[in-house]
Design a protein around this ligand. Structure first.
Ligand code: SAH
Length: 264
C-alpha cells in the first residue's frame, strides 16, 4: 500500500512531515508533496489548502502522479450536531457536498451524473481510524494535550462519533444555517470544507479513502475564536498520534483488498 495523507492546514501537517523517514519533497501544482515512510508505511503527505476544489485537485494528483493506493484525510471541523463537542473526534461514515444544489434538474445535494448525494469512505480504513481514535483518547490524550489547553477548551472526556460529514466552500459560523443543514441532513456530525470532495474523487478513481476530523468549534458565531490556537495545540496532536496509531496498525495487520462502494 502507499498511503496518501492530506491535511488542510500547515499546523496539522508539520509533525507528520517531521516524523517521516527519508523524506523527499516534490513540488507540483503549487503544493509540496512529501514522500517517505511514516512508521514504516510508504506514505505521501501533502497540504491540500482549503476548500473543495483545492482538496479535489490534491487527491487526484496523489493518485495519478504519486500512485497512492489509499487516502487518509485528517483535519478539523465544526460540530454538526448538539451532541458533538469541541475536542471530540469524528470519523466519516458518509460525506455530502452541502452546497451542491442543481435542483430542480437534480435532487438537492446530488452530484450531477453520479446519481449520488452521499459518498461512502472505505469501511475497513474507517474502522481502523476509529479504533486508533479510541486508543488515542484512552492512552495518549492526557499526555499529548497539556492541562492548560484541556482546561482552556474544556476538553473533559472527548468522544469518537461516526456519522455524516458535510463539506462546502463556506466556513460555517452561523447557528441558524447550521440548524437548517442539520435538519436537511439526518445523521450529520460535522461540517468542514474538503472531505466530500476527496470522497468523490476517490469514488470516481476507485481508491479507498477515509476522513477523520477533530472538532475545533461549534460552527456558530464563536467558531473563529481561538481557532488557530486549537489547531496548533490540540488538533495537531490528535492528527499526529492517530496517524501514528493507524500506520502501526496497518503495518501489523495489512488491509484486505476491498471494493470501493458508492453511497445512496
Ligand atoms: N481561520 C482559518 C481558516 C480556516 S478554514 C485561517 O485563517 O486560516 C477552516 C478549515 O477548518 C477548513 O479546512 C475546514 O475544513 C475546517 N473547519 C473547521 N471548522 C469549520 C467550520 N465551522 N466550517 C467549515 N469548515 C471548518
Amino acid at each position: 500500500m502507499r498511503l496518501g495523507i492530506i491535511s488542510a492546514l500547515a499546523e496539522e501537517q508539520l509533525g507528520l512531515v517531521e516524523a517521516m523517514r527519508g523524506p523527499s519533497k516534490l513540488i507540483h501544482g503549487m503544493r509540496d508533496y512529501w514522500a517517505g515512510t511514516l512508521w514504516e508505511i510508504d506514505a505521501v503527505c501533502v497540504l491540500s489548502r482549503i476548500g473543495k476544489v483545492a482538496a479535489a485537485m490534491t487527491a487526484t494528483t496523489l493518485v495519478e502522479k504519486f500512485g497512492v493506493t489509499h487516502i487518509l484525510f485528517t483535519g478539523v471541523a465544526g460540530a454538526g450536531d448538539k451532541t458533538v463537542q469541541v475536542g471530540d473526534i469524528v470519523v466519516a461514515e458518509a460525506l455530502v457536498q452541502h452546497d451542491m444544489d442543481a435542483s430542480p434538474l437534480f435532487p438537492r445535494f446530488e452530484v450531477p451524473l453520479t446519481g449520488l448525494t452521499h459518498f461512502q469512505p472505505d469501511q475497513q480504513l474507517s474502522l481502523r481510524l476509529s479504533r486508533a481514535a479510541h486508543e488515542f483518547l484512552e492512552r495518549d490524550f492526557l499526555d499529548a494535550i497539556s492541562e492548560g489547553e484541556r482546561q482552556a477548551f474544556r476538553l473533559a472526556q472527548p468522544r469518537v462519533h461516526r456519522g455524516l460529514v458535510a463539506s462546502g466552500d463556506q466556513f460555517m459560523n452561523d447557528r441558524v444555517r447550521l440548524e437548517a443543514l442539520n435538519a436537511a441532513l439526518p445523521g450529520l456530525v460535522a461540517v468542514e470544507m474538503e472531505g466530500a470532495a476527496v470522497a468523490q474523487v476517490c469514488y470516481e478513481l476507485g481508491v479507498p479513502c477515509a476522513v477523520i476530523r477533530t472538532v475545533s468549534d461549534n460552527a456558530n458565531e464563536n467558531a473563529a475564536t481561538d481557532f488557530m490556537r486549537f489547531v496548533k495545540s490540540v488538533a495537531a496532536q490528535y492528527a499526529f498520534h492517530i496517524t501514528r496509531r493507524v500506520c502501526r496498525d496497518l503495518l501489523k495487520y495489512p488491509l484486505q483488498p476491498s471494493r470501493v462502494s458508492a453511497g445512496t
